[in-house]
Design a protein around this ligand. Structure first.
Ligand code: ATR
Length: 278
């Protein structure tokens, strides 16, 4: 009897990760036989743990906070989107024994917005709040959708300006501090700060969201985040959190590993209905 192919998510903390359930649902749905577990891995043990996982026959890994930059450094080859984002959330064993690094977060976000929610990004004005790792990971897939403008606003203005400059060659993208948002309007505001997680909100001027515009928080939780609530209060057509993105980035990783694309809407609906009951 052959053992099922092994996959895992490494992170710290990892206890509440939804990834094992999501991948098991994908496997069941697509008739794939695999094993997927969640492993607590502190940053200091990352390299040893990854090397041991693949040496023992593991086929693929997801890496989450705070390991994505370490995974980027570990991967021998990287996709272009991973190269640009300087973070890797998916490692895949290749036929020649080498390890490929990819970042499926940005494409996960874009798929959730455009396919699941019907929000087209072409020709619209987009604002990203935050200039850390989460923000960097979504910029190039968003630019590929050809928005009219992309502005990055950050508490530390300098970081936003520098991040925008890195992608400048690709499109009209600018960086500013939060005070630079006065008298500006956007059709889509994405919250990529970690402020939500502590219930905080960046200072956002009145009128920032255009009529009929949408809000999206990359974070998610059982309760609406502070930014999702801000979107509702500011009459967003949709004020969404990152549950859909979580499932979509997992689907893209599953596709990289297995060559099969699972259907995501039933998985998103199930996880959403469970948290509404929680
Ligand atoms: P991540 O990988 O989640 O992006 P990070 O790289 O540490 O984490 O970046 C966190 C981002 O959230 C940064 O843009 C940070 O702003 P600074 O660069 O000024 O530190 C932003 N952030 C965190 N807490 C915030 C708060 N209370 N208000 C506004 N921005 C906040």
């Amino acid at each position: 009897m052959t053992l099922p192919d092994r996959y895992a998510v490494f992170g710290h903390p990892i206890k509440h990760s939804k990834s094992p359930r999501i991948h098991r649902m994908f496997a069941e749905q697509t008739g794939q036989t695999l094993d997927y577990s969640a492993v607590e891995v502190p940053a200091e043990q990352f390299e040893t743990a990854v090397a041991a996982f693949f040496a023992e026959g593991g086929k693929g890994l997801n890496c989450t906070v705070p390991l994505k930059e370490l995974a980027w450094r570990y991967a021998e080859h990287k996709t272009e989107r991973a190269q640009l984002s300087k973070a890797v959330n998916t490692l895949a064993l290749q036929a020649d024994g080498s390890i490929l690094g990819d970042n499926t977060d940005g494409i996960g976000l874009v798929s959730d917005l455009t396919v699941n929610r019907g929000i087209a990004l072409a020709g619209i004005r987009i604002l990203i709040l935050g200039a850390g790792g989460a923000s960097r990971g979504i910029i190039s897939p968003i630019l590929e959708q050809l928005p009219q403008t992309l502005v990055i606003a950050n508490r530390t203005e300098d970081k936003a300006v520098k991040l925008a400059a890195e992608f400048q060659a690709k499109a009209t993208i600018t960086g500013c501090g939060f005070d630079g948002l006065e008298n500006q309007q956007f059709d889509l505001i994405l919250n990529a700060t970690s402020a939500s997680l502590s219930g905080q909100l960046p200072p956002l001027p009145v009128g920032l969201l255009a009529a009929g515009g949408n809000c999206y928080d990359l974070a998610y939780g059982n309760e609406p985040t502070a930014f999702v609530r801000w979107g509702r209060e500011n009459h967003a057509a949709n004020s969404l959190d990152g549950l859909g993105m979580l499932v979509e980035q997992a689907a893209e990783a599953f596709f990289i590993w297995r060559g099969v694309r699972p259907a995501t809407p039933p998985v998103i609906e199930l996880l959403d209905s469970e948290r509404q009951k929680a």
